[in-house]
Design a protein around this ligand. Structure first.
Ligand SMILES: CC(C)(COP(=O)(O)OP(=O)(O)OC[C@H]1O[C@@H](n2cnc3c(N)ncnc32)[C@H](O)[C@@H]1OP(=O)(O)O)[C@@H](O)C(=O)NCCC(=O)NCCS
Length: 304
């Protein structure tokens, strides 16, 4: 994808989802949220475009989380659906994973759509657990978290190393630090860090407001992770407090977070805290194995 493709890729993204979901004015879909420009800026090499007669017909974005990869938003111009264009984008997406040395990959899609499930199955993805996109109204909380944006350069490097080490202890090689850098570099929100002495206990990468993946008045937890082992539940609760404290400070009224339902302890804790599901989709995984979707894993993400 080139910079010159961005406007049309975003128009197609809105029109494709708006059409599929039956939005009366499809191009207004997710008008207060941004995925296309921001993901391209973060990693243009991972942004793919399909062209028909020299014009943009669709696009896809691959994400590199170290040993794990996911992709999306994948969209094709509605008048060109069912002409194998998505498959032309998915082949090179799989090539990127091979190039990056991704061990397992996943995606989030519409559980009710045989087309979506069938399309991704062709590329070796298998439907597994549901993923719930949940939210609650923000309640002011008292916490003492560290904000990534407030750190100096040396401290940032240390924080990124600690985040990588933490996620690696959940799933070998899992590394989501590109999300922390993206939020910082493009001013999309904030990353909060909870330290327990000199060990990182937990962190949450949050998008906030219009022009990010959160949308107006929202705080969206793009990815959050808690150090596993005894006390993980308490650390998770503190992290959620820190997220709500950040949202209060910034005037974001709802906190939105996704969780795979195979992470059953985290899911139940969100329910107890008052989160309710707004949307649910299915996680498809390649190969057909859990990766880090396990009952004792306190990770928030949804692979969108
Ligand atoms: C989903 C989307 C990207 C697919 O793009 P597309 O170019 O129409 O897809 P393709 O033509 O490459 O592939 C369609 C495949 O769906 C599968 N399919 C369709 N109906 C199916 C069914 N009932 N059962 C099983 N598989 C089915 C087939 O494998 C078909 O390919 P084939 O004809 O070669 O066998 C496009 O419809 C879109 O933009 N939708 C709105 C946005 C969206 O939902 N994005 C994905 C979110 S996860």
């Amino acid at each position: 994808m080139q910079e010159a493709d961005l406007v049309e890729a975003r128009r197609i993204f809105r029109m494709a989802f708006g059409t599929f979901l039956g939005v009366p004015d499809p191009e207004s879909f997710a008008a207060d949220r941004e995925y296309i420009f921001t993901r391209w800026r973060a990693n243009p090499e991972a942004a793919l475009v399909a062209e028909v007669n020299g014009t943009v017909a669709g696009s896809n974005f691959a994400t590199n989380w170290g040993s794990f990869g996911f992709f999306g938003p994948l969209t094709v111009r509605p008048d060109l659906w069912n002409q194998h264009i998505a498959q032309k984008l998915l082949g090179p997406t799989m090539d990127l994973y091979a190039q990056w040395g991704v061990r397992e990959a996943g995606l989030y899609t519409f559980a009710q759509s045989p087309k979506h499930i069938g399309l991704y199955q062709k590329f070796g993805f298998w439907p597994r657990f549901l993923t719930a996109i949940m939210s609650k109204g923000v309640i002011g909380r008292e916490t003492s978290s560290i904000k990534y944006s407030a750190l100096n350069e040396g401290e940032r490097d240390q924080a990124l190393r600690a985040c990588r080490e933490l996620t690696g202890s959940i799933y070998d090689g899992l590394n989501v630090t590109c999300e922390i850098r993206m939020v910082k570099d493009q001013n999309l929100g904030e990353t909060v860090l909870l330290w327990g002495g000199d060990r990182l206990d937990a962190f949450a990468v949050c998008h906030g407001g219009e022009g990010s993946e959160a949308g107006r008045n929202n705080c969206y937890v793009k990815v959050a992770a808690v150090r596993p082992g005894p006390g993980a539940e308490d650390r998770f609760e503190h992290l959620l407090d820190a997220g709500e404290a950040l949202a209060t400070e910034r005037g974001w009224q709802r906190i939105v977070a996704g969780v795979n339902l195979a992470r059953s302890q985290a899911y139940r804790q969100l329910l107890r805290r008052g989160f309710r599901t707004d949307i649910q989709g299915v996680a498809m995984q390649k190969p057909d194995s859990p990766a880090y979707n396990r009952p004792d894993v306190f990770v928030l993400d949804d692979w969108r």
